[in-house]
Design a protein around this ligand. Structure first.
Ligand SMILES: [Zn+2]
Length: 81
């Protein structure tokens, strides 16, 4: 239990970002927003620090994304009340 805690809200936010990218409303960078490492666009994934704010999306390389998810699971920052 709890291994897959993606909420519908979260999925929707990710879908919106993908949509925006496709429509050219949002540009996907070519480097990680966290460590600044050049990363293939295919590998960069959108990460929402706050799912209620569309503008808070960050693009993370696989390594940083993993770390961010881990931090979230650790419960230090729990936005899903
Ligand atoms: Zn990174």
């Amino acid at each position: 239990m709890g291994a897959n805690n993606k909420t519908p809200k979260m999925r929707k936010a990710n879908q919106k970002v993908r949509d925006d990218v496709r429509r050219g409303k949002r540009t996907k960078p070519s480097k990680c927003s966290n460590c600044g490492k050049s990363t293939s666009k295919k590998l960069l994934s959108s990460h929402h620090a706050d799912h209620s704010k569309q503008s808070s999306v960050r693009w993370l390389c696989p390594k940083c994304h993993k770390a961010a998810e881990k931090r979230k699971k650790g419960g230090r920052v729990n936005q899903y009340k």
